[in-house]
Design a binder for this molecule. Sequence first.
Ligand SMILES: CC(C)(COP(=O)(O)OP(=O)(O)OC[C@H]1O[C@@H](n2cnc3c(N)ncnc32)[C@H](O)[C@@H]1OP(=O)(O)O)[C@@H](O)C(=O)NCCC(=O)NCCS
Length: 246
Amino acid sequence: MTPSAQHLSSLETLSDGFLMDVRTMDIGSATASAVIARFDESRFADGLFTTLDVDRPDRLDRAIEKRKAEYLAGRAVAMAALASTGHAPTQIATGSNREPIWPAGMAGSITHSKGRCAAIVTDQPGTLVGVDIEDIAEGSSLDAIFKVALQPEETRLIRESDAQALMATIVFSAKETLYKALFPAVQQFFGFNHAELHRVPGETVLRLRLTKPLKNTVTAGTVFDIGYRQLDRSVITWLVTPVPAG
Ligand SMILES: CC(C)(COP(=O)(O)OP(=O)(O)OC[C@H]1O[C@@H](n2cnc3c(N)ncnc32)[C@H](O)[C@@H]1OP(=O)(O)O)[C@@H](O)C(=O)NCCC(=O)NCCS
């Protein structure tokens, strides 16, 4: 399930400098496809929605250029990942809680952050998929992560690391990935104290454990192994896993 290199480079060419470095990313999954890219907000133009064949929702009429650009970039890589499954070109709508609506039988996730975007898609029924990109936090952003997203025990584990800003960002991002993966299944908002870092993160994977149940679908104590990688001054985290038995 790898998007053809030709398809990805034609996306880049069509975008006239808006999308760059469009490529697949190995996420260690035989059943899911990941496409990652950089995008240049200053090269955004409304006409790119038509050129890249992405429907432009009416609600973007009043949005600032940054929002239009990130929406387009996310949808463009998501449609490329979708195409790699052999699925006919399809638009990806948005649900009432901002979640992407995938074609029947498919699951996926989208992220965009400061000039980077990525999407992961699978055609395996009953799969949870999440992905998130974050800039490595510093200053007040880092303080906010410790204050809002991390519990005291997680902070203690992260303080053991030589790279605290990196680790704190990865755990924060992993929680957002978990939220995006679980939301379509549980249809319930849940905050950062709903999952906790299980132990000091490994080299490429960290484990989050649910501290409370979610609806009737996922029990407290369920663990999720979230993959992660550093991309220059950003991190990407992802999850592709079967829906846990409730
Ligand atoms: C929804 C949320 C995770 C998005 O993260 P973000 O860093 O702001 O933004 P990203 O660019 O990485 O992702 C945005 C994309 O996520 C997807 N998304 C948004 N809400 C979603 C939801 N409820 N379910 C699944 N995916 C969702 C969308 O595709 C969106 O892009 P789009 O609007 O262009 O389609 C975040 O705003 C949020 O609400 N977090 C609080 C909940 C949480 O993380 N709890 C932790 C549980 S341990």
